[in-house]
Each structure stands twice: as structure tokens, then as C-alpha cells.
Design a binder for this molecule. Sequence first.
Ligand code: NDP
Length: 337
Amino acid sequence: MNTATNIETTFKGILINKDEQGYRAELQDINENVLPEGDVTIKVLYSTLNYKDGLAITGKSPVVRHFPLVPGIDLVGVVEHSDSADFNVGDLVINNGFGVGEKHSGGLAQKARMKSEWLIPLPTAFTPKQAMIIGTAGYTAMLCVMALQKNGVTPNKGEILVTGANGGVGSFAITILSKLGYTVVASTGRLDESPYLKALGASEVIHRDTLSSPGKPLAKERWAGVIDSVGSHTLANACASTKYGGTVAACGLAQGMDFPASVAPFILRGITLAGIDSVMRPIEDRKEAWQRLSDILEPSVFDDIAQEINLEQVVEAATKLLDGEIRGRVVVNVQGE
Ligand code: NDP
């Protein structure tokens, strides 16, 4: 009888531990009592690999705040148990962020438990898999586009620079902007991926080396807007070459967390630097972003951007992601069905 109970209360997932044996992320049979408190229990269908998941799984940065912890900052699944009036058993829900996969066990396991206020219903426009192809990367790209729009960057204002173009945020930023009629210039370290970037909607592809070294406080004005997932000198140079009154949406640090810039573009050209955080973003903004994604994205884009893996392949794929060897998005079929 005990054995039967154990079988019923374990599930497969990636578990990160840190102890005298070191830092390690392993696929394991996880006992349900490892799950944190929450009013909704979810059978996870799909998760994803984001840059932050790569950092958590490899231990390259201190993303994980306590151990043991299931990584995965994104999930979509079916509600199995609910003490919340907002969700019923059988509902399809998604989660992006709110510290999930960092402080609270996340989506890279077959079961998750979390607070109902961190969940939104799966938008009807998307299948569970499509929602995870979008995931935090696509939702963050949408938040960046919304920041440009809020600051008056319309398609007629000129070119938009997207850095980290082959990454998840970059790929979705290009797709969304081009669907909205913007002219997009993609910056990448992988020029051999230009056909992919042009298929997503980039009109020009430039090498990231043109932006990644220390530059001047002000450069020739070129960009009406920028979506930057790279940080460091790239962000500084992007600001320096943004046109008068333009806006730079900064969301990432793939090159570095530093920002070696001057105030010149801000005080002489009146540019705006819009910081984008997806993790603690209020629920209403999330719903708006997902609604906008539902309106803009066509199903055909998902096959181009994503590759599917299962839980067994997650740890290896996390290293590849941080090494810049993955294009677009990785979606994880958590149930392996
Ligand atoms: P990916 O790993 O999918 O993409 C990152 C891309 O950045 C790579 O594909 C590569 O593009 C480029 N890149 C990698 N290393 C360097 C480097 N040394 N110098 C310049 N460019 C580099 O990550 P995501 O798209 O998921 O995330 C991108 C960034 O955005 C990360 O820093 C992540 O933490 C951040 N992020 C922040 C969020 C927020 O809430 N603020 C939410 C989501 C992501 P290419 O090969 O084309 O050059």
C-alpha cells in the first residue's frame, strides 16, 4: 500500500540541489512533498528554456534562491486541484515569472503548485505548446514593443534595432515588429542565420561586433527605437545612435550587466531608456501583452521559431543555450506524450 502511495505522489522533473556534493541539476522522480505551498496544483504540459533557466540549471549565476528547487520560469498546464475561486479543475493556465523557477519551484516537472494570483488563463488563440513557444521570451518582447508604442515610436519614425536577434526575445521582437509594419534591423553574432532572421521579418541583418565594443557618447543617429536583450556596450552604443526623441527598451544582459554609457543621448537627443521587467509585471499588463500576442501572431510562426525537447534533454540544452548555440525558442514537452 505504501508503495502504491509513493508511485502516486511522485512525478518526473528537474531538481536543482546545492550541498556538500556541489551544485547540480538532475532529472529525478520527485516526491510531491517537495512542492511549495500554493492554492492551485497543476499538471504541467509544456515548459520552456529561457536564458534565466539556463543560468539556473547550470548554476552560472545565482538565480536559484533556495534548494531543492524545480527550475522553469514558464509553464502551461491543467488545473488538478484548486482552492481558488478564480480557477477550476480542468482549466488551462499559464504562468510566467513571479519568482517561479527562482524562489518557488517551477515548470520543468510534471507537477507544479503555485499561487492563483500568478496564473492567467491560457489565451484561446493558442494551444498549450504555442503558448510556451512564446513563453517569457515572447511575452517580454511584446512588453518591449508596447514600451516603444507608448513612447510614440510608430512605424513611420524609422528603423528599429533588435539585438540578440537569434535568441528567444530577439526572434519574437522581430516577428511582432514586422507584423506591425516596422522596419527591423537585426543584430546578431550569427550572420549565417540571416535567412531565418529575414524570414521572421528583418529587412537587414548586421553583425553584433558593430555594437559590442566601447563606442563614442554620441554616434550617427539611426534608430527610431531599439529592443535590446544584450546590455553592456551594445546597449550603450544603441543609445548613442538612437535618433532624437527615440526610445530604447532594455530587457536583457546576454553581453553583460554593465551599462558603460554617457548621459549625452538623454540630455542632447531626449531619448528614453525604458526598462522592461517581465517577472513582477502586474497581472493587467500581462493580460494585455498576451491579448496583443493573440491578435498579432499567426500559427505559421511557431514552427519557424521553436524546437521541441523532452525533460531528458533539458540539462544539455541549457548549456547549449548559454553557449549561444540555440536559435529561437526551446519548448519542453514535460509529459513526454
Ligand atoms: P537567448 O539565449 O534565447 O538569446 C540570447 C541571444 O543573445 C543569443 O541568441 C545571442 O544572439 C545573443 N548573445 C549571446 N551572447 C552574447 C554576447 N556575449 N554578446 C552579444 N550578444 C550575445 O535568451 P533570451 O532571448 O531568452 O533572453 C535574452 C536576454 O533577455 C537574457 O539576458 C535574459 O536574461 C533577458 N530577459 C529578461 C527578461 C526581463 O524580464 N527583463 C525576460 C526575458 C529575458 P545572436 O546569436 O543573434 O547574437
